[in-house]
Design a protein. Structure first.
Length: 366
């Protein structure tokens, strides 16, 4: 049905009820699948299930004669088709756009459930923007998606502050591999839930505030890989609370080198390797493995040192069965600011303020 519907009132209570009941199940499933695919972009089975779910929603809307819903879902499907074909990389921008589209559909259905005659002007505008996004050249899709997010939420995400270069096909494949390794590490303990997504969100936002001082692709690779070397150590060692023996300290200090060596052996990831190798160095020269002072430590490593310490505090909260508090973790990071670069601490604090002002939350952190 191609005609744009400007207003709608429930015509068939039974059909509407059936669709509303189904949508209450479909919407959270769609959100979970979008998050899973963002975390595992190489997992084609997740994408296939996501596409089936959107197709089911569209089909149910047609059967229930809610024809104005079909163009919205069809526009979302067009984006997913381009992702499946390898034309688009599924990142934070497209994830947020599709999540917001599902949310707006839920809100509209709840409004219709009141029994009133509802204007579809805003909903149709969203459909038109999604359709336009589906036709946007690949190199401009993320920027256009963030503009749409801004219109819908009034919030300018950090990702929009600058436009990082797009990954090549080879880089995208490597990054998918790095994400997979990071998620394998997450599976080692329930305390690690959400760590990869948390780290990437914070690191990317800090880098955006800094004006992309660090190559975003190299930073993403480093964030995913910086603790992968831990998997070569006994689990009780890297979950140990309290003091370590000298022998254990030496063992633990080896983990950045293993991940850095792996990255260094893969073409095009030299800076990511350096970031990983240096992320336990300190500006005062008391870090490891090389005891580098501030001027010799790369910016990516200075940033990752802060993110890694933040994550260590979150892990400590979990081990003590405490609430994983964003504010308490940030306060603890700032209490040890002498071990971090002052410029990057400033960027980190700015990102946290932005998040709190916008009501943004991190996975598994309050």
């Amino acid at each position: 049905m191609s005609e744009t519907i400007e207003h709608y009132r429930i015509e068939d209570e039974e059909s509407f009820g059936d669709f509303l009941y189904a949508l209450n199940e479909y919407a959270p499933r769609a959100a979970n699948l979008l998050q899973a695919f963002r975390q595992q972009p190489a997992e084609r089975a997740v994408l296939a299930e996501l596409m089936r779910l959107f197709h089911t929603i569209k089909g149910d809307a047609g059967l229930c004669r809610l024809y104005f819903v079909e163009p919205l879902i069809h526009a979302a499907e067009d984006i997913l088709v381009r992702i499946k074909a390898g034309e688009l990389v599924f990142g934070a921008a497209l994830e947020q756009v599709l999540l917001l589209a599902v949310d707006r559909l839920e809100l509209l259905m709840a409004e219709l459930d009141s029994g009133r005659d509802i204007s579809l002007q805003d909903f149709n505008a969203l459909v038109a923007e999604l359709q336009q996004l589906g036709q946007t050249p690949a190199t401009l899709v993320d920027a256009q998606a963030w503009l749409l997010v801004k219109r819908l939420t009034g919030f300018v995400p950090q990702e929009q502050a600058a436009r990082p270069r797009a990954a090549t096909a080879a880089q995208a494949a490597d990054l998918a591999f790095f994400h997979a390794l990071a998620l394998q590490f997450e599976q080692r303990s329930v305390l690690f839930l959400g760590r990869t997504e948390r780290n990437l969100l914070l690191a990317t936002a800090c880098n955006q505030v800094a004006g992309l001082l660090v190559d975003p692709l190299q930073l993403e690779a480093a964030v995913c890989m910086h603790d992968v070397g831990m998997m070569f150590l006994p689990q009780e060692l890297w979950l140990r609370q309290g003091r370590l023996s000298e022998e254990e300290r030496v063992q633990l200090a080896a983990h950045p080198g293993w991940a850095a060596d792996l990255l260094a052996r893969m073409p095009g990831w030299d800076m990511a390797a350096r970031i990983v190798r240096e992320h336990h160095e300190r500006p005062d020269g008391h870090g490891y493995p090389a005891g580098l002072r501030s001027e010799l430590i790369c910016d990516g490593a200075k940033l990752l040192a802060i993110i890694d310490t933040f994550e260590a505090v979150i892990l400590k909260h979990g081990q003590r069965q405490q609430v994983r508090s964003l504010l308490r973790a940030v306060a603890e990071v700032n209490a040890g600011e002498a071990q971090f670069d002052a410029l990057w601490i400033g960027h980190f604090n700015q990102v946290v303020r932005n998040m709190m002002d916008a009501g943004t939350v991190l996975p598994h952190v309050r």
